[in-house]
Design a protein around this ligand. Structure first.
Ligand SMILES: NC(=O)c1ccc[n+]([C@@H]2O[C@H](COP(=O)([O-])OP(=O)(O)OC[C@H]3O[C@@H](n4cnc5c(N)ncnc54)[C@H](OP(=O)(O)O)[C@@H]3O)[C@@H](O)[C@H]2O)c1
Length: 326
């Protein structure tokens, strides 16, 4: 019998992309769209949006979650009571012990350990780990120093509206960001703790350890919101256990799942967010040895990935595909 998949948060940036991914990957399921009362009756791609309530999950096999944490925590018990398996994009359950945190190219086997919830990692974390996984296998990675340049759509439909409105009128009312984002950038994503580290900045180390099964991984991360509509970029310095070789790094990246190597700087070939927009692969380039490290164990790179696709919707739908295969 055909399975039924509900998208919770179907009218948001991630939810709408999930629907597109289900269709373009020809996943043969019944689809239900759920959102708030504000969206009840809206028609998307011929499907009518229903208000998410306690009864929404009756008859649903799988839920693709695309709501903020508080909303997700509200509906998760309803989905569990209805016996659904949930693939969730919020950060509400990512670090819970019984919740696998999965990037299918890296740790698909973890999906089997789920007890009803599988979490999609943070978008910048997915992009960085897809870019670096083959390098970790080749050289061993002990520490990463990362600066993210995160697109406004990472803050959902309100983030997109802020940039589009402020390009027309810099004084337009702000919905998503504490400062004007058009013609500017903001070195804060999430609240800061007493160490001066934001919630978003902690995610790459905490989630990276769980996905790579490496409790010793160290990550120093600075997250910056930039006036780019879509696709996050990241400048990454990798401290490795072994000496790095740039040619070998290129070879392993050429074969890495989910990666496209864009590394011919003399011909101005490198990853850029406009080029990865609406694509599932993570582009990696600007590979170079860190000449300030005399041990030769440090590699620099630049990567970009569409955070609504691979950083959220595509990754979740890939997990769903694995669940449907089981
Ligand atoms: N945007 C990204 O690039 C990205 C990447 C990775 C992970 N994520 C995570 O994915 C989740 C969704 O993000 P987003 O960017 O898609 O957000 P968004 O564009 O703001 O969409 C939020 C969705 O939640 C729904 N919603 C709000 N209140 C609700 C309620 N009371 N009951 C049911 N549904 C409700 C909204 O429905 P209405 O339209 O009816 O209000 C909308 O469909 C968040 O946890 C986010 O952190 C986002």
């Amino acid at each position: 019998m055909k399975k039924t998949v509900a998208i919770a948060g179907a009218t948001g940036a991630v939810g709408m992309q999930m629907l597109e991914c289900l269709k373009e990957r020809n996943i043969d399921v019944n689809i239900r769209l759920l959102a708030s009362a504000r969206s009840r009756g809206k028609v998307i791609d011929g499907l009518t949006v229903e208000e998410l309530n306690e009864d929404s999950f009756n008859g649903v096999d799988y839920v693709l979650g695309a709501c903020e944490n508080d909303i997700t925590k509200m509906w998760m018990p309803w989905a569990q009571k209805a016996g659904c398996v949930v693939v969730d994009n919020s950060s509400a359950f990512r670090l819970d012990e019984d919740v696998p945190l999965v990037v299918p190219e890296i740790n698909a086997d973890d999906i089997r350990k789920n007890s009803g919830i599988i979490a999609n990692p943070n978008c910048s974390t997915i992009i960085a780990l897809v870019a670096c996984d083959a390098l970790k296998k080749e050289f061993g990675i002990s520490r990463m120093v990362v600066t993210t340049m995160q697109a406004v759509s990472g803050a959902g439909v309100k983030g997109i509206a802020d940039l589009e409105n402020q390009i027309q009128d810099p004084q337009a009312p702000r919905q998503a960001f504490p400062y004007q984002i058009a013609y500017n950038l903001i070195p804060q994503i999430g609240d800061f703790d007493d160490l001066g580290i934001s919630k978003e900045e902690w995610k790459m180390q905490n989630e990276g350890r769980k996905i790579w099964h490496d409790e010793d991984l160290l990550v120093n991360c600075t997250c910056v919101r930039v006036p780019v509509l879509r696709s996050h970029s990241e400048s990454i310095l990798l401290e490795c256990e072994n000496e790095v070789d740039v040619e070998r790094a290129r070879e392993v990246l050429e074969k890495a799942a989910g990666v496209q190597l864009k590394d011919d700087p003399k011909n101005k070939v490198y990853p850029m967010p406009l080029d990865t927009t609406n694509q599932d692969d993570v582009f990696v380039g600007r590979l170079r040895k860190d000449i300030t490290d005399p041990t030769g164990k440090t590699l620099s790179l630049f990567c970009c990935g569409d955070q609504i696709r691979k950083g959220a919707a595509t990754n979740a739908v890939q997990i769903l595909e694995k669940l449907l295969e089981q």
